[in-house]
Structures are given as structure tokens and as C-alpha cells.
Design a binder for this molecule. Structure first.
Ligand code: C6P
Length: 427
């Protein structure tokens, strides 16, 4: 038994990394924590540049899951027996880890979900049921992922509400002056991504929140693509809701978080009914549990919450600022190299690009480019990236996307650049 005896913030696989990392970010040392990075594909060393879709897992995250299954496994909040209490302690300690990681005020504001998509669906249902009526308006941005569009469309269809869109410039930046004009007495909620999964745009969400709050309108921030790359602070952003996924930040699949200010969550009705979310049930009436359990019907994925907390320990030990600096340096290097390739078109802002580069080369189809890069061992994503309205706005069908993580290197960028050149020569 290993991890289960450690308190949060004392992940056993990181102490030796901490001291080294605080002095200098040693990416080659970091890579050793990720066994999959040593793989070969088609006889070539794997160059994994699809981190926007999901990140690889450090050994300590996988071991945390195995350890808990082997040594602790029991349902949480339900048993008086030793194992159940221990599993409950780990699960609730994980909630505290998440609270600290995003600097929320209280653990009551941390709701475990299956991921960003479920977090947004939860909010769309609960907020829609209680706060939205016919003719009301929900504002989303032009660069949202489908997960931050479709749940709102479904809710608007149910309630007779209307979806409004904040436009963006050709460079992929939100038009804040147009956003201001969209807000009126019918606006119920603004939903905006922190970082675009296609363009790498880092949106000025603090300003988006401030402007909405001046009109008394709450804001949901989609943090799926920001939490893996830089520190986020709920009290500083002052957003009312924030959603993110564990698997995009070196944690396991199947776990995510909806943060909500307590005063909002208190007002909203539950999303699903079942065990855990109730206080008392009779055939006549049910009373609901307090926060955060009111929104967590059924057995939670307590193994995944513990592993997410281990991932949080891991990135915290490396230092979110170190990760940010490393990825920024890598992205700038990649942009500089890629710009030199003939026929290269990079989408998104020139400055303030997060660790995502979407591109096309000449008229080479993105699928051809992605397939041929794959043969060279380079994993990138191709297509519309679950952002079809954004593709339409750009007048394209899809892009090739390279997205970086904390373990990527300059050498891997060189392999990508050489790979793109090789593919381009073939056409
Ligand atoms: N984007 C990508 O390759 P889930 O699937 O629930 O963990 O995350 C959904 C989601 C929501 N918002 C943004 C900004 C996202 O980028 C994603 C996931 C992946 O870009 C898979 S489509």
C-alpha cells in the first residue's frame, strides 16, 4: 500500500522532482514519469502532440488508481466500516485538493462530474430549469467547443430562449465592443471558453466577467483548455461557474469538475435524482442534500477523484508557472519554425497564443497531412475539433492541430517541422 497513507500534497512520486524543478524545469527528467512517451509507433519514436484532446498520465496517477483498487476500494459516504471511511477520506481530500488548485472559497463549490461536457450539461439543465424563461437570452462566443454550444441550444429549445453569439475578429479574438452591445435585460448567462481548443486564443475572461456583472449577469467559463497550462484562480476571475476535465490535465478519464459560487449553487435545483443527492425520501416527498452532494447523484468515481488529486499534486510540484513558461517557450519556437514553411497558414492570434497551433499548408487536406504525419510517429489532431461554427466563421472545413503538454520538447517540434516539410514535398 503506498499512496493511500499519504495526505494530499505529498504525492510519493514527486518529492525528488520538486527540488530539481524549482531550480530548473528539466523536461527530460519529467518525461521519465510518463512511460508511454518511450513508445514507438510504426518503428518511430512517438511524438505526442495531441494534448488538447487528452494528456498522457504520469506513473503516480496510474499507481494511485491501482493502489486504491488493491488496498482501499469501498463505496464512499455509505459505510461505517474502515475501508468505506478511508475511501471517503481520500475522496473528500481530493475535493479539497481541487478547491485549493483553483482557489475556490469552499469545498461546497466543487462538484465532481464526468468531465467538462457533463459539467456544462448539469448547469444547462439546473440553471435553465430555474432561471430561464421564454424570450430570455444566453450568450456564447464564436469560438466555443460544441460542449459549450449544444447544451445551451437544447436548453433554449426547451425553454423558448434565444442563443446570441459574441463575434470574433479574423485573427480569432473576441470582439469585446460587440459583446457589450449583446447584453441587455433579457440576458441570463454568458458562456465563454477560457482558451480556444482550436486557435489557442486566451480570452480576457476577467474582463468578460466584469462586463457581465455590471449588468447583473452571471458567467460560465469553460476551463477545459486552460487548467492544464496555467494557474487559474476562481476568486480572482470572479466567474460564477467554471468547468474542466481531469483527463486534459494529466489526470484520469471520467472525472471533471463544475465549480459554482455557493450562492448560485444553493439556488439551483439538482440535475439528476438518486442516492447521495437526497436528505430524506418518502413516496410523497424528497428533500435534497446539502452542497456539493445535491449535484452528485449515485456512486461517484472516487478512484478517479483520488487520481485527479494525484495529478494536481504532480503539476503543483512541477509548478504551474514553470509549466506555463516551458509551454510558452515551446509554442513560440514552434510558431517561428512553422512560419518559415512555404504555404503555411497558422490560425489564431499572433500574440498570446496558448499551447495550441492549428494550421493548413497550401491546399493539402488536413486529413492527408495528419495521416502522413502519423506514419512518421507524430500524433496530431485533424478536422473541425468539435468547433464547427468556428470552422464556418473561418471559411474552412478543418485544420491540423498540434497541441503541447508539459513533457514536449524542442526536438519534438523539430521532428514535427521536418515532418510537415516532408509531407508538403510529396504534394
Ligand atoms: N476538446 C479537443 O481535442 P470533455 O470531452 O468533456 O473532456 O471536454 C469537452 C471540451 C470542452 N471544452 C473545450 C474547450 C474542449 O477543448 C473540450 C474537449 C478536445 O479539443 C476533444 S473534442
Amino acid at each position: 500500500m503506498i499512496n493511500v497513507r499519504w495526505g494530499r500534497g505529498q504525492c510519493p512520486c514527486v518529492p525528488d522532482v520538486v527540488t530539481a524543478m524549482q531550480m530548473m524545469y528539466d523536461v527530460n527528467r519529467v518525461r521519465k514519469d510518463f512511460p508511454i512517451l518511450a513508445r514507438q509507433v510504426y518503428g518511430k519514436p512517438l511524438v505526442y502532440l495531441d494534448n488538447g484532446a487528452t494528456t498522457q498520465k504520469p506513473r503516480c496517477v496510474v499507481e494511485a488508481m491501482v493502489d486504491e483498487y488493491y488496498n482501499v476500494n469501498a463505496n464512499v459516504h455509505r459505510g461505517v466500516h474502515f475501508l468505506s471511511q478511508q475511501a471517503t477520506d481520500l475522496h473528500e481530500a481530493s475535493r479539497e485538493s481541487v478547491r485549493k488548485f483553483i482557489n475556490a472559497r469552499s469545498v461546497n463549490e466543487i462538484i465532481f462530474t464526468r468531465g467538462t461536457t457533463e459539467s456544462i450539461n448539469l448547469l444547462a439543465f439546473s440553471f435553465g430549469e430555474s432561471m430561464v424563461k421564454e424570450g430570455d437570452e444566453i450568450v456564447v462566443s464564436a469560438m466555443e467547443h460544441h460542449s459549450n454550444i449544444v447544451p445551451w441550444q437544447m436548453m433554449c429549445a426547451r425553454k423558448g430562449a434565444v442563443l446570441k453569439v459574441i463575434p470574433m475578429t479574423d485573427d480569432g479574438e473576441l470582439q469585446i465592443d460587440e459583446y457589450v452591445k449583446l447584453l441587455n435585460e433579457k440576458t441570463r448567462l454568458v458562456c465563454c471558453t477560457h482558451v480556444s481548443n482550436v486557435l489557442g486564443t486566451v480570452n480576457p475572461v476577467k474582463e468578460v466577467v466584469r462586463i457581465a456583472h455590471e449588468q447583473g449577469v452571471p458567467v460560465l467559463v469553460d476551463g477545459a483548455q486552460s487548467t492544464p497550462h496555467f494557474a487559474v484562480d476562481m476568486q480572482d476571475l470572479d466567474c460564477d461557474f467554471f468547468a474542466f476535465s481531469g483527463h486534459k490535465m494529466y489526470g484520469p478519464t471520467g472525472i471533471g469538475v463544475l465549480y459554482g459560487k455557493e450562492e448560485w449553487l444553493d439556488k439551483l435545483p439538482p440535475y439528476q435524482g438518486g442516492g447521495e443527492m437526497i436528505k430524506n425520501v418518502s413516496f410523497e416527498q424528497t428533500t435534497y442534500n446539502e452542497l456539493p452532494y445535491k449535484f452528485e447523484a449515485g456512486t461517484p468515481d472516487y478512484i478517479a477523484s483520488h487520481a485527479l488529486a494525484t495529478a494536481i499534486d504532480y503539476v503543483t510540484a512541477l509548478g504551474m508557472d514553470n509549466i506555463f513558461r516551458h509551454e510558452q517557450e515551446l509554442t513560440r519556437y514552434a510558431m517561428d519554425c512553422m512560419k518559415e514553411i512555404e504555404g503555411m497558414r497558422i490560425f489564431g492570434p499572433v500574440e498570446g497564443h496558448d499551447a495550441v497551433i492549428s494550421f493548413q499548408v497550401g491546399d493539402i487536406h488536413h486529413l492527408d497531412m495528419g495521416t502522413l504525419l502519423d506514419r512518421l510517429g507524430i500524433a496530431v489532431r485533424t478536422g473541425h475539433h468539435c468547433a464547427e461554427p468556428l470552422m464556418r466563421r473561418l471559411g474552412i472545413e478543418g485544420t491540423v492541430r498540434a497541441s503541447f503538454g508539459l513533457y514536449n520538447t524542442r526536438e519534438e517540434v523539430d521532428v514535427l517541422v521536418e515532418g510537415i516539410k516532408r509531407v508538403a514535398q510529396m504534394f
